[in-house]
Design a protein around this ligand. Structure first.
Ligand SMILES: N[C@@H](CCC(=O)N[C@@H](CS)C(=O)NCC(=O)O)C(=O)O
Length: 318
């Protein structure tokens, strides 16, 4: 675990001293888009782009789901890093279910960042959407990559499924903001807190939001109403990791998703949505967190359980 400083790798854990033990996520640096607009540097073309992901990472997982549901697999290739993120950060080490770096046979993700910008300073995160033509990073912010996947390649794929429809956009944005702050990032704030107070703040806000979402799902099939949207997929990648990792490793243990009357079935339904289960790798998920964060789990022992019920009937149609 570390970061790049002016292009040089340094092995450092998150510094929470200045923020009262609170984990603060750095914003992503590469924020370009892909479009057919005149003057656009990055045009939607088959075979031109490559996605770098970890199957463990909830942010990268969003992009894999959109790649799958939007029919982009034949057009955008993928490399999968090892779940073990150790002193060199994300790497390609032959772990089962991971791949090599299909483009450049690099050993480490930080080498990809310095290929894009030799003076790069900052964290080396996944996902990364890479342009093979200019050999640069198009975007490394998952929230933007899924928006790109949602529409930019529609002419190429003929897939017009829309997970961010204009008439629901402002509602989706509001949900995303709450879910990001309290749930998606909330579990990290709880898990990486280094003071009791910072942990309690995060865990209290997290479960208040989960309670609220569970109540909402008692009378609504999905977060933004009657159709699945981006807001659901963004919540899904945290929920699928929750009982297996966040309850134990990040101490988010007031209750499990399995104990929520509505979130339980909702999670099963999204997991059972055609194609989605193929994007879920629970071995990478458990291994990454329990093995990589040795300041939280110094023995690196990965738990055997829990037994999950993701394939059981979801009952959401009723
Ligand atoms: N805002 C980014 C966050 C991505 C992110 O933080 N990914 C984690 C993995 S789950 C990572 O690569 N962390 C490495 C680090 O922080 O050094 C996004 O959503 O794309």
């Amino acid at each position: 675990m570390g970061l790049l400083v002016e292009g040089k790798w340094q092995d450092k854990w998150y510094d929470t001293r200045k923020s009262g033990g609170r984990f603060e996520r750095e914003s992503s640096r590469f924020r370009n888009t892909i479009s057919n607009e005149p003057g656009s540097e990055y045009k939607p073309e088959s075979g031109r782009y490559h996605l770098y992901v970890s199957l463990a990472c909830p942010w990268a997982h969003r992009t894999l789901i959109f790649r799958k549901l939007k029919g982009l697999e034949p057009h955008i290739s993928v490399s999968v890093v090892s779940p073990d993120m150790l002193e060199n950060g994300w790497e390609f080490d032959g772990y089962p279910g991971a791949t090599e770096d299909h483009l450049y046979s690099l050993d480490y993700m930080h080498q990809l960042y310095t290929k894009a910008d030799p003076q790069y300073s900052g964290r080396v995160t996944v996902p990364v959407l890479w342009d093979k033509h200019s050999q640069s990073i198009v975007n490394n912010e998952s929230a933007e990559i899924i928006r790109i996947f949602n529409h930019a390649f529609n002419d190429l794929t003929g897939n017009t499924l829309d997970f961010y429809p204009a008439q629901l956009a402002s509602g989706i944005d509001d949900i995303n903001q709450r879910v990001y702050d309290k749930v998606n990032n909330g579990v990290y704030k709880a898990g990486f807190a280094t003071t009791q107070q910072a942990y309690e703040e995060a865990v209290t806000a997290l479960f208040a939001e989960l309670d609220k979402l569970d109540r909402h799902l008692a009378s609504n099939r999905y977060l933004a109403g009657e159709q699945i949207t981006e807001a659901d997929w963004r919540l899904f990648t945290t929920l699928i990791r929750f009982d297996a990792v966040y309850v134990g490793h990040f101490k988010c243990n007031l209750q499990r998703i399995e104990d929520y009357a509505n979130l339980r079935g909702y999670l099963r339904e999204l997991y059972q949505y055609p194609g989605v289960a193929d994007t879920v790798n629970l071995d990478h998920i458990k291994r990454h967190y329990y093995y990589s964060h040795d300041s939280i789990n110094p023995t690196r022992v990965v738990p055997t359980g829990p037994r999950l019920t993701l394939d059981k009937p979801h009952g959401r149609g009723e």
